[in-house]
Design a binder for this molecule. Structure first.
Ligand code: NAD
Length: 329
């Protein structure tokens, strides 16, 4: 990137925040000025590890930067984003954008008035397994997603819908070019006072349906997406990095080493189902989204996930959460 170095701060340097610090230390287009974390021990540890200044007060950091990553626990995203925007600081906010829709709307309005960029860290959009589908026209009729993870205390300040399911809501909204017609949802508290497992079914106005299962009570991690559309089926393993495509073809002269052809008999005609395991291009999704943010600040790009898209995913997540609460009481 050819442009000036943007003065940057990272607010919240826990599990994920430290990866933001690591990237900003190495990105030429950003000058990492410092970090702030309310956990002084953690701030000290990260400050020492990455040789970066830790500020005692957030305002002292904000006085010196032009842009910030907000990587605190979700319930603090809104208040910190407001403070940043008031100080004319562009914000990269980890997902979910905020814990409430009211806060999301407020910061979007403030950002608009102050000409500030908000980008949201829905990192799965840059998962190589999903990006591999780029050459295909994706018009899903049915999507099935499973996102399961063993319990950790991180993320439990919000229900599983806002912690895990929101990733898939965002992916689905990016794939289905339609608006939501109806939502059905159910879920349960298993280990915390909040909802730990959730299932939602989204119906879109163009007829597409998405079924999403999310859990933070699982032995092993699973992140799988299946897309069904006319004459096409794809399975995407977001965790293991594998994308497979099955496509109906009218002839058998399909070339390509990775193609496998399976005869498909229907109504006295034989066609072929062509199977292909797609080649994935390795990338570092966090680095890509942070570079995209810096380019967006300079007006060279638009954010991969805008504040509005983060807000729309949150809107649906909150609807699902409300439905679950209603369903179980
Ligand atoms: P974490 O608990 O490990 O870290 C959060 C840090 O924020 C802690 O160090 C805490 O002391 C600090 N903090 C809390 N309130 C603060 C405040 N008011 N000011 C400054 N610091 C504050 O959590 P984590 O796993 O790193 O998650 C952080 C955020 O990132 C969450 O919103 C989470 O949803 C999101 N996240 C996104 C992804 C992704 O895939 N995009 C993955 C993990 C987490």
């Amino acid at each position: 990137m050819k442009y000036k170095s943007i003065k940057f701060g990272v607010i919240g340097v826990g599990h994920l925040g430290q990866h933001h610090v690591k990237h900003f230390k190495n990105l030429q287009c950003a000058k990492l000025v410092g970090i702030f974390d309310t956990n002084k021990e953690r701030a000290k540890e990260i400050s020492k590890k990455y040789d970066i200044k830790s500020f005692d007060k957030i305002n002292l950091l904000l006085d010196e930067i032009e842009a910030a990553s907000i990587v605190t626990t979700t319930k603090h995203h809104g208040e910190i984003a407001k403070l940043c925007i008031k100080n004319k600081i562009h914000v990269f906010i980890e997902k979910p954008i905020t814990a409430t829709l009211k806060e999301a709307d407020k910061i979007l309005k403030m950002a608009d008035e102050n000409k500030i960029i908000i980008q949201v860290g829905h990192i799965e959009r840059l998962n190589p397994a999903l990006l591999a589908l780029k050459p295909y026209v994706i018009e899903p009729k049915f999507i099935e997603v499973q996102r399961l993870a063993p319990y950790t205390s991180r993320g439990t300040d919000v229900p599983v819908v806002l912690d895990k399911m929101i990733h898939d809501i965002d992916i689905i909204l990016s794939l289905v070019k339609s608006t939501i017609k109806s939502i059905q949802a159910t879920g349960m508290s298993i280990l915390t006072d909040s909802i730990d497992i959730a299932h939602a079914r989204l119906r879109f106005n163009n007829g597409a349906v998405a079924s999403i299962m999310s859990s933070r009570v699982a032995k092993n991690e699973v992140r799988k997406l299946k897309i069904f559309q006319k004459d096409f089926y794809s399975t995407i393993d977001l965790l293991l990095g594998m994308t497979e495509v099955y496509k109906l073809s009218k002839n058998d002269n399909i070339t390509g080493k990775s193609n496998v052809q399976i005869p498909f008999d229907y109504k006295n005609k034989t066609n072929f189902i062509v199977y292909k395991k797609l080649k994935l291009i390795k990338n570092d999704p966090l680095k890509m989204e942070l570079e995209n943010f810096l380019e967006s600040i300079q007006g060279l790009q638009t954010p991969i996930v805008t504040g509005k898209q983060g807000r729309d995913a949150l809107d649906i997540a909150i609807e699902i959460q409300k439905m679950i609460i209603k369903d179980i009481h």
